[in-house]
Write a protein of this length. Structure first.
Length: 272
């Protein structure tokens, strides 16, 4: 089930890669740059801004800093960022659409730096946002932090999912089942799959050196989603608001290292 990363085959593997201290250095650099890309966009999140403009600026930032946009043309995806607003759960495609006062949006960025993937997303409030939308953002941020707090050698993926599900459902939010976190490193989407619901003690046992994302999507309504005709955009079936945060994680000897924390603290919605 576990393989030293340098011995694993290229591409998605049936086993779980265990990485070295040098690999951690690569992921730190990629994760930091991905977080800085989102930091760069913060002053631009305001009513009247085209989501396409944010996409162009992010692509320029990546290229100017020696990295590549991982999502651009990945499986046919046409843009650099995913920008998902209001009832869009994930994979919203940037366009000429303008941000509106009261919107909540998730911006998801993945870049490749020296072969390593930095993958992260955050929620942003556009102008004056209603109280229930702000509450959803805060609950989702707390949910990902509770999932991360479970990460340590000997814990299981079920512990992570259960921590997120228990908290989210106690706050009357639906946990999306259709999408999950994933292993990553030199591969964008790798084993293991990281569910955001589950039972404690079940699932893959965590080992030092594993890399993966935790990226819960919570809805103010029911968990069900559907995919629009573009083949990418996922929306809530009941049109309720949705929110997501994502971090790239490495399992350390005694816990977790979050590679995609903002150097200036802007990953925390309270800082905005």
């Amino acid at each position: 089930m576990y393989t030293d990363a340098e011995l694993a085959p290229d591409g998605r593997s049936d086993t779980i890669r265990i990485h070295t201290k040098e690999d951690f250095e690569g992921m730190r650099a990629a994760g930091k740059l991905a977080a800085e890309c989102l930091d760069m966009l913060v002053p631009l999140i305001e009513p009247g801004v085209e989501t396409d403009r944010l996409d162009r600026l992010a692509r320029e930032f990546m290229l100017d800093n020696g990295s590549l946009p991982a999502c651009l043309f990945y499986r046919g995806y046409p843009k650099t960022l995913c920008i998902s607003s209001n009832h869009v759960v994930c994979h919203g495609i940037p366009s000429e659409k303008l941000l509106k006062n009261g919107d909540i949006i998730n911006i998801d960025v993945t870049l490749i730096l020296d072969g390593w993937h930095g993958d992260t997303s955050r929620m942003f409030a556009v102008g004056d946002v209603k109280r229930n939308a702000r509450r959803l953002i805060d609950v989702t941020f707390e949910a990902i932090n509770r999932g991360i707090a479970e990460v340590k050698p000997g814990a299981t993926l079920g512990d992570i999912g259960a921590a997120i599900q228990e908290y989210a459902e106690a706050e009357r939010c639906g946990v999306v089942r259709d999408f999950c976190g994933h292993g990553l490193g030199r591969v964008f989407h790798d084993n293991p799959n990281v569910l955001h619901y589950g039972q404690r003690g079940l699932g893959t046992v965590l080992k030092e050196g594993m890399f993966f994302t935790i990226e819960p999507m919570l809805n103010l309504g029911k968990p069900a989603v559907k995919i629009l005709n573009d083949g990418w955009t996922a929306v809530t079936r009941d049109k309720s608001l949705s929110a997501q945060f994502e971090h790239s994680i490495g399992v350390t000897a005694d816990g977790a290292e979050v590679f995609t924390t903002s150097p200036t603290g802007l990953h925390n919605p309270a800082a905005l």
